[in-house]
Design a protein around this ligand. Sequence first.
Ligand SMILES: [Zn+2]
Length: 269
Amino acid sequence: MTEESYSSRNPPPSNRDLLILLGMFVTFVVGVIWIVGLLVNGLIGLIPPEVEQKLGSVIVPTFEKQAKSSPTQDTLNQLLDRLEQQLPPEQLANRNYRVLYVPESTVNALAVPGDAVIIYQGLLAKMESENELMMVLGHELGHFANRDHLRGLGRTLVLRMAIAYFVGDSGGLQAAIVNAAQVVGSARFSQSQETEADEFGLALLHGTYGQVAGATDFFAKLAKEKGQNLAILSTHPAPKSRVKKLKRAIEKRNYKVGEKTPLPSNLEV
Ligand SMILES: [Zn+2]
């Protein structure tokens, strides 16, 4: 066998081995990331609220600085209190849910570790009835109940920390922790997490009013504004499918759709 025929039949073994090694390495890294994700997901359900609040004590102050205590914020908290009355006692234990109202034009609402629901002025400005707003607040309470806010934070933060650790970048590690508030803001939940939060909110809405008028209003509005660059659209699934799913849930549960309650006057911004 000449050297020429050898090389034409298959590539030199050294290159091939290298490729196999590279493939194994990539598979290994992807596998580790996947397993870390699974572990974080599994462990998050076990994190007690006290630990969550400690985490919150790092994250919430960033939002507290942006928020202003105002009649608007007080009224939002009264609305949240009414929804909370519909929660089972075990979901209220060791919890201190509150709304922080941030006067910025961002159209978004967030559930932040530390029991804080962040409502931006831009979102409030889109609300046309109390029911519509209650649905959004109920949705955020659903994220707490399912601990989605920790899941989003967990995986992103864990990955960033892992990368910083492997690169040996202690400054990056610190930054990953400090930037937790930012991570919370851009956390993206899965379609099924959002559906569950929507259905949770729907049940709270029904418990509060005995009917579910306004449940789909906000999402229907978002569907019309899809072309616009709204923060809530970048972190939430297609609003059209949310409306469809909610309508299906309303039908399935035999919920009535009655009259809407007007927005309290100091929430009209
Ligand atoms: Zn959500």
